[in-house]
Design a protein around this ligand. Structure first.
Ligand SMILES: [Zn+2]
Length: 151
């Protein structure tokens, strides 16, 4: 890996191309802010009627499931918060599945946080150990029962 950010894709202005799953739109207009006014049609328009995560276009075959017609759905950026203006991104029916509740997305449809702590059990052992070390240090070895959940 590495060097991925140096890839220069020739993409026509106003169009997008899937190039990695982490960064669907490397050329997403610089300084182009997504303004979620709560108007679903306007929001979809700002995304070019594409899934924020995989880039599949509404009404067209899904990028990863060619036999499936893409349907855009209102999806949570953060599934722990209500589905209201500011917390909505358009996602296709494939990206907006139940397992997405594990993740928090940014406005570009990229995963930025873990939303479901229990999903940590699915991680590889070495990652779990690293997380444990980070948290152990963070909480100075305190008993979890003595830690207040600040929320
Ligand atoms: Zn998608």
């Amino acid at each position: 890996m590495g060097g991925r950010d140096n890839i220069v894709a020739k993409i026509d202005k106003g169009s997008y191309q899937l190039y990695t799953l982490e960064q669907p739109y490397p050329d997403f207009k610089k300084g182009h802010r997504i303004v979620d006014t709560g108007d679903w049609e306007k929001l979809k328009e700002q995304y070019g009627f594409r899934c924020a995560t995989c880039g599949s276009r509404e009404g067209e075959p899904n990028f990863h499931w060619r036999g499936t017609k893409t349907i855009l759905q209102k999806a949570h950026k953060d599934p722990n918060k209500p589905l209201v203006a500011g917390n909505i991104i358009p996602q296709c029916q494939k990206c907006n599945r139940a397992d997405r509740n594990r993740w928090v997305y940014d406005e570009k449809g990229r995963v930025i946080k873990l939303a479901d702590a229990s999903f940590v059990r699915n991680f590889d052992k070495d990652v779990i150990v690293k997380i444990y070390r980070i948290l152990y240090k963070e909480f100075k070895g305190k008993n979890p029962k003595d830690i207040k959940n600040e929320k």
